[in-house]
Design a protein around this ligand. Structure first.
Ligand SMILES: Cc1ncc(COP(=O)(O)O)c(C=O)c1O
Length: 382
């Protein structure tokens, strides 16, 4: 049997490896505190669950790729309330099955290597899907490091003109997974300007836009000219709805038109009852405020612990993640292994690319009670 050479060249998805290590440890009888994957385990708000149940009709047909008009309106209204940006729900919004599939597939939709635009720029460390999607679209992937001394922002001025001339897509993710860094509005503005100058699309993954602690972070949509800005957002983190699979892409009408053409072939429109639940979720902010308060309390437990133990944090301004420096002389994998020996699962920074070495990522997804127990346990381990 033949397989795609791109697939054959891929290593196991990092979180599959974490799952395996975790299972081995649990089999030894060690109690597991899982801060590995960013999968919120908080209950979904009853208002959202009710909306889903009420939408379960006798028969459920295929969902249309463009989604329910009411969902597109709910998303557009949310973008206006949250970012002050007016979107045309017909022409500038399309729902997605979570945001992962849309992120993975995007290069296939817009890449035309024959035009000389064959480069996808990705940050490192990063969510692995930008790179994987680009490789399956046969793009040339260019990586820009996110460094603490640069606020975990890519150095836009360090990109040479040849790369700009070949760039089709430039991925950014703020608030950032895995570093928790936030980008100022000026960064989005500059990138939007560059996208017009060099004719590329800014793909802004905003999965964590609602998990903030000080002030709501800016969106790439707020750029003065958002013609080349494509935003991916999702209910997964904002509303603890990873299992529902519902997000959206918001972009200029040209981009959404291409997605309207592409997506019926893929079949990843969310189920109609999920879309009904999504409408309820985008229309309600109270459950999101409660979610933020919960993450803030869990975060405070760990910030106290790390301060007492002299562990330094970098980034970690927003999101559900804490980006923690590995102690002097210990690689991120070694540090993660040492924590796992006590049942505490974290993601080594190197899993997100070589530039993530030197850090581990704590995803604050266990319950508040578990977080309290884990910090008590770590008191003797760190
Ligand atoms: C940075 C980032 N983007 C996108 C996603 C995709 O989330 P979903 O497909 O659940 O919307 C995740 C999930 O962990 C993520 O961390």
């Amino acid at each position: 049997m033949h397989v795609s050479p791109v697939l054959a060249a891929q290593t196991t998805y990092p979180f599959v490896r974490i799952e395996e290590a975790k299972r081995r440890k649990a089999a030894e009888g060690v109690r597991i505190f899982d801060f590995g994957m960013g999968d919120p385990r908080e209950p979904t708000d009853p208002l959202i669950k009710r909306a889903l149940v009420n939408a379960l009709d006798e028969a459920t047909g295929y969902p249309a790729a463009v989604g329910l008009p009411e969902l597109r309106v709910a998303v557009a209204e949310w973008c206006e309330r949250r970012f002050g940006v007016r979107l045309d729900p017909e022409r500038e919004v399309i729902p997605t099955y979570g945001s992962k599939e849309a992120i993975f597939l995007f290069a296939q939709v817009v890449l035309d290597a024959s035009s000389g635009k064959d480069v996808v720029v990705i940050p490192e460390p990063a969510y692995p899907v930008y790179e994987r999607g680009a490789l399956f679209a046969a793009a040339d992937v260019h990586t820009l490091p996110l460094l603490a001394e640069h606020g975990f922002l890519p150095d836009l001025e360090a990109v040479d003109d040849e790369t700009w001339s070949r760039t089709a897509i430039f991925w950014v993710c703020y608030p950032n997974n895995p570093t928790g860094a936030v980008a100022p509005a000026a960064f989005h503005e500059r990138l939007a300007e560059l996208s017009l100058e060099h004719d590329f699309l800014v793909c802004s993954d905003e999965a964590y836009s609602e998990l903030w602690f000080d002030q709501p972070p800016a969106s790439a949509l707020q750029a003065a000219d958002r013609t080349n800005v494509v935003v991916f957002n999702t209910l997964s983190k904002r509303s603890s709805m990873t299992g529902y699979r519902c997000g959206f892409v918001a972009a200029d009408a040209r981009v959404i038109e291409s997605l309207r053409k592409f997506r019926p072939s893929v079949g990843t429109a969310p189920q109609v009852f999920v879309q009904r639940a999504a409408i309820a979720a985008w229309r309600d902010e109270e459950h999101v405020e409660r979610n933020r308060a919960l993450y803030a309390r869990k975060r405070a437990l760990f910030l106290d612990l790390f301060e007492r133990k002299g562990l330094a944090l970098a980034g970690s301004e927003a999101t559900m993640y804490l980006w923690v420096e590995a102690p002097e002389g210990e690689t991120s994998e070694r540090f993660a292994e040492r924590l796992l020996a006590h049942g505490v699962v974290v993601a080594p920074g190197s899993f997100f690319g070589a530039a993530g070495e030197g850090y581990v990522r704590f995803a604050l997804v266990p319950t508040e009670e578990e977080c309290a127990e884990a910090t008590a346990l770590l008191e003797d381990v760190l």
